[in-house]
Write a protein that binds this ligand. Structure first.
Ligand code: SF4
Ligand code: SF4
Length: 84
């Protein structure tokens, strides 16, 4: 499942550089996660790095983008160019 930033975001810019997939960017009003690039950090880290660093705990699982761990790993391989 990709992650989602809710409107408690204070635009502190701590999460964007922590994302190994460059999935996070400043949106119109708050920061946003591109679902096509978020692997829940699968392949890179054991835990979602954006959740680890966010000071206001405004990053949650996005129910609109359900994915299994296997699908997240496939996305990781695709994003890193390691897929066959
Ligand atoms: Fe980036 Fe990982 Fe957060 Fe997804 S969970 S947005 S890949 S830091
Ligand atoms: Fe928003 Fe949290 Fe990212 Fe800061 S770390 S920009 S509060 S989502």
């Amino acid at each position: 499942m990709a992650l989602l930033i809710n409107d408690l975001c204070v635009n502190c810019d701590v999460c964007a550089p922590a994302c190994p997939n460059n999935a996070i960017s400043q949106g119109e009003t708050i920061y946003e996660i591109a679902p096509s690039h978020c692997t829940e950090c699968v392949g890179h880290f054991d835990t979602p790095q954006c959740i680890e660093v966010c000071p206001v705990e405004c990053i949650l699982l996005d129910p609109a983008h359900p994915e299994s761990r296997e699908e997240l790993m496939e996305k990781y391989l695709h994003l890193t160019g390691a897929a066959a």
